[in-house]
Every structure is written in structure tokens, then in C-alpha cells.
Design a protein around this ligand. Structure first.
Ligand code: AHR
Length: 485
């Protein structure tokens, strides 16, 4: 039972670290309260950005952060968010709760945040309600290192040197909140708008076109046919749901069948990537265009008593399973999937961190990101599975001489023993580290009063003998073992 054979020599592809990327939108309490508290806040902050959240996130090695949306991006006019804060325009966030947006967090604050996190910037531009000129000027404002109206404006606002914009999204969900466009129309607009996303620096901006919603394969077909030569990446959005958009199952109080239906929905990511990728292959057999899964994660019912437009949900060991399973799928498709951004980093949907005033907690999902970070930039090794339980998901990568093995057991009852065999080598026996995230019940989660209920623990339930590693994994658990081999 549960045998996995690892080829030490057959490296499949490198895991792009950007698969471990994040997404922060002006939605609910993600930006305001989650990241931004303002310079005058009692909550310890640097330039208005809260330090406890940044310190926690730094442990995840976040490679890239997408901002400002989401649906918000196609309503965002970047000039509203620059200059002295007290003079910035107040607008209505029509997509998310109709609340007032004071634009205190804008371009400069976003780059401060990226600098503090040590990550790349992924800016999402406005196609739905923005002009070509507006997009062109934003890129000039951020990246031009000379004398120009926009660069001069940036300098006037306190930033002499340009920033690096590594990734730029040309619109978001333009089949829906970003303009309800047909793919043919958006493909033409994409071609036009991206022309003005100029490279003002030596590092070219990686341009991402709006891709399909879930299984909208015709969208991918049209975009690839009409515009693939103008893009570096094409996005895909897939959220894990229980009972569809109508029902949105409860995040905390759910029956067994909803444990499994959520995980089944998460596993659909494999099929979606495979099918979209097959279409992309038709136009791009070299896999030059990356698939950018820039929104994924669980979308469940909001916490009782909170604004339904804020998408604030609790996070359990079930969400941790979704994260582990999804990462294993991304690893498998790492030759095409070059970035993914979980939705969203703080206080929204499948968050890493929840805050309540000055309090914060790390969710079970946070711990999966922390445990899996060693996979970033590692090589995926070829594995063959024999009689592996349907509830086990596993992935093996290698970085230098260290193998990183991650697995989850999403069964509810059985402890499983998984035997890993190296086909062409041995484990040297020198274990670097092993950790586990264990759920004692389906909805195990952290609260502000008990923030460490579900947290990473040192794991010792494994043994190594020559070319064999046996891991004993409890139900509802995620384990990582890093071992020399
Ligand atoms: O992540 C929440 C929302 O989900 C995003 O704003 C939108 O792009 C998607 O529909």
C-alpha cells in the first residue's frame, strides 16, 4: 500500500517560485486594516503599513504580489492614488460593498509594501473603464528613469528612481466585471492596450492577458489565436466552491460531504489546466506563453455578521488541504503554469492572515505556504505511484542535494504509511527537517483567542533506511520532509 518511486535523475521541470505568488485587492479589509493602517495608527507600522503582518508574510518568501484587483482594477484610476493623501479623491468601491475608498493606499504605498516584503510587483491595469492613455501614463510614471511629464510627477511625489514593474495585467475578468466583453472584442482591445505598455527600462515587462473563467475554453482559443504573439502570459481563474456560486458552503460548520466536495472542486484545477494548456499548445507548442493562475483558492460563505461584500471567511485545515493539493497540481503543470496568486493575502477569501484591530492570526493556509516554500525554484522529480490511497496527494522536488517531499492525507479517518523509494540512489539519512500541520477535526482552525490551534509542528513519524523513506501521516494532515538524497 502507498508506495511512491522517485527517480533521482529524471528531473521534469523547475518549479517557478512565482507559483507561490499572492494577490491583494482593494476589497473588504485586505488593503485597509489588513496591510494599511496609516502612519498615525497605534498599530506598529512603517510608512503606514502594519509591521506584524509584514513580518509574518516575510517568512513565506512571497515572490510576487498582484494589485490593485480583481474587479477593482477595472474601475481603478491610478491618478486618484498619488500625491498628498489628504488631497486624494474619495471614490465608491462599487464592486465590494459600496464602501468609501479614500485612495490612501496607492502606487507609492504599494511599492513600499513590495519593498518591505521583498517581492516583485504585478500591477493589474484598467481596460474595462480606463483609457489607453491612462495605462500608458501609469507605466511611464512607474518605470521611466528620465525627464517626462509622468516621471517628473513621480519625482514631485517623492520617488526619484523608477520602480521595477515585473508583471503587468492588461485588464481583469474582462468577460465579467471587467466589461462583459466577448473574447473577440477583448482580444482586439488587448492588442491595442498592450502596445502602450512600453518598456522604459532594460527589463521588459511581462504582459499578461485576461484569460478564461474556469472552463471557458472558447475564450482561450480566441485569445491564443488572435493575440498570443503579443502576450507573455494568459490568466486563468478558478475558485474552489461548495454547491456552486449560489450556495457557497459554510467555512466552519460543514458536514463531511462538504469536506469532500470542496476538495473535489479544488482538484478540478488539474483538468482545467490540462484542457486550457492543450488549446494553448496549438498556438504555442514551445510553451512560451505562461499560464498565470492569478486567482485561486476557496470561496466560502462570509463570517456571520460581516459585510457580504467584504468576502471575509474563516480558514480551516480543509483550506490547508486545498492549498496543498493545488500546489501539487501546479507543480505537475510547471512547464506551463509559471505564476499563481492565491486570493487573497489578508482578510479576504482563502487568506494567510486574519486581523481584528491590533490582533492578527496565521491561518492553516499560511502554514502550508510556509512549509512548501522550499519547493520554490526546485526541480520536480519524476515519481511513479503504486496502490496509493485516493486521499493522498504528494509531490517531490529537488534543490541541490536536498529532496523536498510534501504530502497531504485528506482522508478523515485513516492514518496512512507512505513508502518513498529512490530508484537510483539512497537517502543519506541526514534529515534536514520535517514538519506537520495536523487537524484534529474537519474544521480545526485558529481564532484570535487561540491563534496556535493549528500550526506547524516538528514531525518525527518517519524512518529512513537506505533508499526508503516511510512517512506515517495522520488523517487531515499536511507533512513536509526535506532530506538529503
Ligand atoms: O478575488 C475576488 C474577486 O474574484 C476578484 O476581484 C475578481 O477578479 C474575481 O471575480
Amino acid at each position: 500500500m502507498n508506495k511512491i518511486y522517485i527517480s533521482n535523475k529524471r528531473e521534469k521541470h523547475q518549479i517557478n517560485k512565482n507559483i507561490y505568488g499572492h494577490f491583494a485587492e482593494h476589497l473588504g479589509r485586505c488593503i485597509y486594516e489588513g496591510f494599511w493602517v496609516g502612519e498615525d495608527s497605534d498599530i506598529p507600522n512603517h510608512k503606514g503599513i502594519r509591521l506584524d503582518v509584514v513580518e509574518a508574510l516575510k517568512k513565506l518568501n512571497i515572490p510576487v504580489l498582484r494589485w490593485p484587483g480583481g474587479c477593482f482594477a477595472d474601475e481603478y484610476h491610478w491618478k486618484d492614488g498619488i500625491g498628498p493623501r489628504e488631497q486624494r479623491k474619495t471614490i465608491v468601491n462599487t464592486n465590494w460593498g459600496g464602501v468609501v475608498e479614500n485612495n490612501h493606499f496607492g502606487t507609492h504605498e504599494f511599492f513600499d509594501l513590495c519593498e518591505m516584503l521583498g517581492c516583485e510587483a504585478y500591477i493589474n491595469g484598467n481596460v474595462g473603464s480606463g483609457t489607453v492613455q491612462e495605462m500608458q501614463e501609469w507605466v511611464e510614471y512607474m518605470t521611466f528613469d528620465g525627464e517626462s511629464p509622468m516621471a517628473n510627477e513621480r519625482k514631485k511625489n517623492g520617488r526619484e528612481k523608477p520602480w521595477k514593474v515585473a508583471f503587468f495585467g492588461v485588464g481583469n475578468e474582462n468577460w465579467g466585471c471587467g466589461g462583459h466583453m466577448r473574447p473577440e472584442y477583448y482580444a482586439d482591445l488587448y492588442r491595442q492596450y498592450q502596445t502602450y505598455v512600453k518598456n522604459y527600462s532594460d527589463t521588459p515587462i511581462y504582459k499578461i492577458a485576461c484569460g478564461a473563467n474556469i472552463d471557458d475554453y472558447p475564450w482561450t482559443e480566441v485569445l491564443m489565436r488572435e493575440a498570443s504573439q503579443f502576450m507573455n502570459g494568459l490568466s486563468l481563474h478558478h475558485y474552489s466552491l461548495v454547491g456552486g456560486w449560489e450556495k457557497k458552503g459554510d467555512a466552519l460548520n460543514f458536514p463531511e460531504e462538504e469536506w469532500f466536495s470542496l476538495l473535489e472542486n479544488a482538484k478540478k484545477m488539474d483538468e482545467l489546466i490540462t484542457k486550457h494548456s492543450t488549446i494553448m499548445d496549438k498556438y504555442d507548442s514551445e510553451k512560451r506563453v505562461g499560464m498565470i493562475v492569478d486567482e485561486w483558492g476557496t470561496w466560502l460563505a462570509v463570517e456571520p455578521g460581516t459585510n457580504p461584500g467584504f468576502l471575509y471567511q474563516q480558514n480551516t485545515i480543509r483550506d490547508a488541504m486545498v492549498a496543498a493539493i493545488t500546489f501539487h497540481i501546479f507543480h505537475k503543470h510547471g512547464d506551463r503554469v509559471t505564476m499563481a496568486n492565491i486570493a487573497q493575502t489578508v482578510n479576504v477569501l482563502q487568506a494567510m492572515i486574519l486581523t481584528d484591530g491590533e490582533k492578527m492570526l496565521k491561518t492553516p493556509t499560511y502554514h502550508v505556504f510556509e512549509m512548501f516554500k522550499h519547493h520554490q525554484e526546485a526541480m520536480l522529480l519524476d515519481t511513479k505511484e503504486e496502490s496509493v490511497s485516493e486521499y493522498i496527494s504528494s509531490s517531490v522536488t529537488k534543490k541541490e542535494d536536498t529532496m523536498i517531499i510534501s504530502l497531504c492525507n485528506y482522508g478523515l479517518e485513516e492514518t496512512e504509511t507512505i513508502e518513498y523509494f529512490i530508484e537510483d540512489g539512497t537517502f543519506t539519512g541526514k534529515t534536514v527537517e520535517a514538519f506537520a500541520l495536523i487537524g484534529d477535526k474537519m474544521n480545526a482552525h485558529n481564532t484570535f483567542d487561540a491563534p496556535e490551534q493549528v500550526s506547524k509542528k516538528v514531525f518525527e513519524d518517519f524512518s529512513i533506511d537506505d533508499n526508503k523513506l516511510a512517512v506515517v501521516i495522520p488523517p487531515m494532515s499536511v507533512v513536509t520532509v526535506s532530506v538529503q538524497g
